[in-house]
Design a binder for this molecule. Structure first.
Ligand code: ADP
Length: 495
């Protein structure tokens, strides 16, 4: 295998990034670029696929220039991406027929509600591990076919292609040669049966989506074709693809049953590796494909918290009681664990396991002595409590993590991680490299290209930065959790 580097593209919701690694997972260069968020109407969120493509080629070129790399220096490319976001393009011209409809977009809420009322949800969950929700790709594709003039007829004639962002980038990078995706991205569409690992005809019929539009589904580490785009200046094989949250689990070397990662960015996403068993959640968690390597599937149970780091941004930008997110740590450290004040940051409703879209945020338990410091500490604590709710739901569904590996911007905060370990009653581990997502994509590519020999390689390369052991007494923990449950009950609308 030629080359000394691995190149990973992380196409995220607000920015695109390219990171170049040595074969030993040392970062040698990176470049990042934001692009425009388009909000055509309340509840609608779009991206211009051309802006995404331009940002990807520009950061790829930029990262390569930083180390004077040429195509032959790169052994393989890995791609990780914002999941569920939907693109439909013309197979002949490569032109997109509509903007990318972003995962956050709620325009198909009424369609999803009608499907729910049709009573098919349980059967669809059995097949896909998902729910009828605008979040997933299927209803977004249907919307495009129903709202772009002539699109349905062209799709039925085999002229249009659908892809999540990975698939769209793959098509562009290979000059329209390859229309494929990986099993993790496929598992977020509502069209993919996660047990048979095939596109499902009944689901395609339910959502009225022609099969001819769909990409071929491959392993996460696979031959995805040759990138020949000008940005690279030569030919480089594309050998890895995974959706962002799954790539983070891989980057955290979460290969064994029970291993769990929790990413704390704007929101928080938890995935527990459940091995070769697809656990059916009774607590509204999602069942998903965590990875598919060498033909072997690994399932995951996933839950998310809508508001995590963004609660800290709220303290900074709306309440204006901190100057920077990092200030929250010193304040919480001098204040200590707050036992009477609870912040419930249900700004956009409550996610799993509460699923109450109409709940709204609140600060509860204020006394005359409560001030800024208590609110700041209580806000950090709220992110830990919400994680605890997810982990409890996972345990109830049959998977109890013994350790949680964390990543994302918020894990710079040691006080938060100690409180998290205390509230979970489980050790929390922060790796040296907290950019797990993009590392996961690089690893997949390196594995297929033969420069990383086995899963164990990444397990060895994964390095611990700090481990936070629970030290809080069970009494104190339970007291705090009772207070949290009481606070959540008070903001809930649906009971
Ligand atoms: P995303 O990828 O979702 O944009 P990042 O992983 O970059 O997010 O994390 C940024 C988030 O982390 C922000 O919401 C910010 O408020 C929060 N954050 C950053 N540093 C700290 C800190 N020291 N303490 C608490 N929160 C922090």
């Amino acid at each position: 295998m030629s080359g000394k580097y691995l190149l990973a593209i992380d196409q995220g919701t607000s920015s695109s990034r390219t990171v170049i690694y040595t074969h030993d997972a040392e970062v040698v260069a990176s470049a990042q670029q934001e692009f425009e968020q388009i909000y055509p109407q309340p509840g609608w969120v779009e991206h211009d696929p051309e802006a995404i493509w331009d940002s990807v080629t520009s950061v790829t070129r930029g990262a390569m220039q930083k180390v004077n790399a040429v195509a032959s220096d790169i052994s393989a490319i890995g791609i990780t991406n914002q999941r569920e976001t939907t693109v439909v393009w013309d197979r002949d011209t490569g032109e997109c027929v509509y903007n990318a409809i972003v995962w956050q977009d709620r325009r198909t809420a009424a369609f999803c509600q009608a499907l729910k009322e049709g009573g098919n949800e349980s059967a669809v969950t059995d097949k896909t591990g998902l729910k009828f929700d605008p979040y997933f790709s299927a209803t977004k594709i249907a919307w495009i076919l129903d709202n772009v003039a002539g699109a349905r007829a062209r799709a039925e004639a085999g002229k249009l292609a659908f892809g999540t962002i990975d698939s769209f980038l793959l098509w562009r990078l290979t000059g329209g040669e390859v229309h494929a995706t990986d099993a993790t991205n496929a598992s977020r569409t509502l069209l993919f049966n996660i047990h048979t690992r095939q596109w499902d005809d009944e689901l395609l019929e339910l959502f009225s989506i022609p099969r001819a539009m769909l990409p071929e589904v491959r392993d996460c580490a696979a031959d995805f074709g040759i990138a020949s785009d000008d940005a690279l200046g030569g030919n480089v094989p594309i050998c890895g693809i995974a959706g962002d949250q799954q790539a983070a689990l891989i980057g955290q070397a979460g290969f064994d049953n029970g291993m769990t990662k929790s990413t704390y960015g704007t929101g928080c996403f938890v995935i527990a590796n459940t091995g070769n068993k697809a656990l059916r959640s009774h607590n509204q968690l999602l069942t998903t494909i965590a990875m598919q390597i060498d033909g072997a599937v690994t399932y995951g149970l996933e839950g998310s918290v809508f508001v995590a780091g963004s609660a800290i941004q709220w303290l900074r930008d709306e309440l204006r009681i901190i100057d920077s997110a990092a200030d929250s740590e010193a304040i919480a450290r001098r204040t200590g664990v707050v036992t009477d004040v609870y912040v419930v940051p249900a700004f956009a409703g409550l996610g799993a396991p509460h699923w109450d879209p109409d709940a709204r945020g609140a600060v509860l338990g204020l006394t005359r002595g409560s001030g800024r410091d208590e609110i700041v500490a209580a806000t950090l604590q709220s992110v830990a409590y919400q994680t605890r709710d997810l982990i409890d739901a996972m345990s109830d569904d049959g998977i109890r993590p013994s350790v949680i590996r964390v990543d994302g911007g918020m894990v710079a905060n040691d006080w938060f991680l100690q409180f998290l370990a205390d509230v979970l009653g489980v050790a929390v581990e922060r790796p040296k490299n907290i950019e797990s997502t993009v590392l996961g994509a690089a690893y997949l590519a390196g594995y297929h290209a033969g420069v990383v020999k086995s899963a164990k390689d990444l397990t060895t390369l994964w390095q611990l930065d700090a481990r936070f052991e629970p030290t809080m007494s069970a009494d104190q923990r339970e007291g705090l959790l009772r207070g949290w449950q009481d606070a959540v009950n008070r903001v809930r609308k649906a009971n």
